[in-house]
Write a protein that binds this ligand. Structure first.
Ligand SMILES: [Zn+2]
Length: 265
């Protein structure tokens, strides 16, 4: 059985077939799917998807790409939503949060500062509730790490990890797992494949990031969580391990970093 630690199942690309996509993933051996929120507008949607699809769970947070249009009232709404969601077994983490300095508009001073403030405030919400975080890290590894050292959260996942070995080591030291997915399936992605092959095995979790980051064999079509086992096979090849050992390892790692997910049947 496999765990997809990052899938935007509520995305418009899946309109009209949300439940069918979740069911198909389950038939392909994906026993759990973590659905992160991107902003206040989809908190209820991700929670509803998780409640009606066995094996789905969710996180609540404001994604860096949605920070420009968010206000301080959204942070307040998030804090209240997180507090309320603690009573919901399907709620597992704060996310997706982080910093995106790849998108040019988001790099300008005012938005850069706003992103950092929203990221820090959301780390505090996670810390205050003892929750792990799901991190979006694009061209921002070192600043992401700086805040993690300052605001101690109980670990989490750096999703779609694409940093250096040194940065990976620092995430691991801070109690984080690193998410690997479709990017690893491209032979030209040398650095990501080297990381996937050589990082300590306790650090690895799998994800699809569907509908984005389609693996090589379906790129550029829509990605979906049923691709996770084949992505896992690539990791097994890279690490010269049996596929079922990779499934077990990455699922154990996901459960240990997301304790509320581990409590789900
Ligand atoms: Zn995401």
């Amino acid at each position: 059985m496999w765990i997809d630690t990052h899938c935007h199942l509520d995305a418009g690309e899946f309109a009209g077939e949300y439940d069918a996509v979740a069911e198909s993933a389950a038939r392909h051996g994906v026993s759990k799917i973590v659905i992160p929120a991107v902003g206040r507008g989809n908190f209820a949607t991700v929670a509803a998807l998780a409640s009606r699809n066995a094996g789905c769970c969710y996180a609540l947070g404001i994604h860096p790409l949605f920070v420009p249009q968010a206000g301080d009232d959204d942070l307040q709404a998030l804090r209240m939503a997180v507090q309320a969601a603690l009573a919901d077994p399907c709620f597992v983490a704060v996310g997706e949060i982080g910093l995106d300095f790849f998108v040019p508009a988001l790099r300008e001073t005012a938005l850069r500062e706003k992103q950092e403030r929203f990221y820090a405030e959301q780390l505090k919400i996670a810390r205050d509730h003892g929750l792990p975080v799901l991190l979006h890290v694009r061209r921002s590894q070192d600043i992401i790490l700086k805040y993690l050292r300052r605001i101690g959260v109980p670990g989490g996942i750096a999703h779609a990890f694409n940093g250096s070995f040194q940065q990976a080591g620092e995430f691991i030291r801070l109690g984080f797992r690193l998410g690997f997915g479709g990017a690893m399936t491209f032979t030209r992605a040398r650095q990501i494949r080297r990381l996937a092959a050589e990082l300590p095995e306790q650090a690895l979790v799998l994800e699809t990031d569907a509908p984005d980051i389609a693996p090589a064999w379906i790129h550029p079509q829509r990605n979906s969580p049923e691709q996770l086992p084949r992505i896992g096979e690539v990791l097994a090849q890279l690490r010269h391990m049996p596929v079922d050992a990779i499934a077990q390892l990455t699922s154990d790692n996901a459960r240990s970093i997301l304790p509320r997910l581990a409590m789900l049947a």
